[in-house]
Design a protein around this ligand. Structure first.
Ligand code: ADP
Ligand code: MG
Length: 347
């Protein structure tokens, strides 16, 4: 198979996430999974290493030369904060996957946050074209997540998807291939990490970094009691003495600390359900709610949402790859589902 790579047209599905970018190639599955991070010289938007300090490479460089280099997550809040940097990132990933294929330019389907503006959409089309795409389609992330989760998104029955990423939570009710109602909330995984940082400051006078805070969330965090509470030894810097120190924390206190972002997400789900037409709401009694994105893995979250809404809540298989797999499945049905998307042809 690999021997033909570089000779055939590559169809790529890209999940341009606020935390992670994934690329799925038709017929090969997921071929790239890297942080949506770009390293630039401090105070500029010049990407290091001739535009190649992107993804893992950017993350690796950061720990080593902290002074002059900064990390930028150009999609951090679900909006494109910097067009040039987003373009550099997209270019790098597309080229990395398309390799030395000069014969055929790739066709790409890009999953974008549902809240992005027309101007931002234009920027993505342009970046993809400059990165070598010969045709670009944009798919809203909740739609891609629903396809990836195997929901009957094109059928005349409603499905509800909640995609909890790093920067945004997208809640959508889909029917007949379209979003009947949706809301993009800027509260998601990053806010959970921040809540833990604040808790450590307030309770222990201890400063911890973002990576430590994310690890605490993943190791012992939960949204509701799960009957498997744990403790964890955490290292950080004492805010009074300025010296390194360690302390032991419990699942219970972290659960408490996470209540604010968790409740904000639950309220958003509730609001979206209340906006749905009665017929669609009725379908959800049977179809329930499906969770996708990394945030779906927070222990006890389905319980919280179930209690809040009274509906069944389940986690999609492999929630972190749902959007990327959805874009790839979309590619397989592109003729049949073309009407559901915007393409650069219409520009
Ligand atoms: P995006 O689509 O915005 O790039 P992802 O779907 O890749 O985001 O999810 C990333 C978020 O999921 C991060 O905030 C990360 O900390 C969180 N996450 C990943 N694994 C877990 C886990 N096991 N428990 C809780 N949160 C998790
Ligand atoms: Mg995502």
């Amino acid at each position: 198979m690999n021997m033909f790579r570089g000779m055939l047209r590559v169809d790529m599905g890209i999940d341009l996430g606020t935390c992670n970018t994934l690329v799925a190639v038709r017929g090969q599955g997921i071929v790239l999974n890297e942080p949506s991070v770009v390293a630039v010289w401090k105070g500029t938007n010049k990407v290091l290493k001739n535009g190649e300090a992107v993804g893992w490479m950017a993350k690796e460089m950061l720990g080593k030369t902290p002074g002059t280099i900064t990390a930028i997550r150009p999609l951090k809040d679900g909006v494109i904060s910097d067009f040039d940097i987003t373009e550099a990132m997209l270019k790098y990933f597309i080229k990395k996957v398309n390799g030395t294929n000069r014969l055929f330019r790739p066709r790409v389907v890009i999953g974008v946050p549902s809240g992005i503006t027309a101007v931002e959409q234009q920027a993505v089309f342009q970046s993809a074209a400059r990165a070598g795409a010969y045709r670009t389609y944009l798919i809203e992330e909740p739609v891609a997540a629903a396809i990836g989760a195997g929901l009957p998104f094109a059928e005349p029955t409603a499905s509800a998807i909640v995609d909890i990423g790093g920067g945004t939570t997208e809640v959508a009710i889909l029917s007949l291939g379209d979003m009947a109602v949706c809301e993009s909330l800027r509260v998601a995984g990053d806010d959970m990490d921040e809540a833990i940082i604040n808790h450590m400051k307030k309770t222990y006078n201890m400063m911890i970094g973002e990576q430590t805070s994310e690890r605490i969330k993943i190791d012992i965090g939960s949204a509701a009691p799960t009957g498997e509470d744990k403790t964890l030894e955490v290292r950080g810097r004492d805010m009074i003495s300025g010296l390194p120190r360690k302390t032991v924390i419990t699942s219970e206190e972290i659960r408490e600390a996470l209540q604010e972002p968790v409740q904000a997400i639950a309220e958003c789900v509730l609001r979206t359900l209340e906006r749905a037409e009665p017929e669609l709401a009725a379908d959800l009694v049977d179809n329930g709610i499906t969770l996708a994105g990394g945030g779906a893995l927070l222990r006890g979250l389905p319980t919280v949402l179930q209690n809040k809404t009274g509906l069944d809540v389940k986690i999609a298989d492999d929630p972190l790859t749902c959007v990327a797999r959805g874009t790839a499945i979309y590619l397989e049905h592109i003729e049949e589902w073309k009407d559901f998307l915007r393409s650069d042809l219409e520009e």
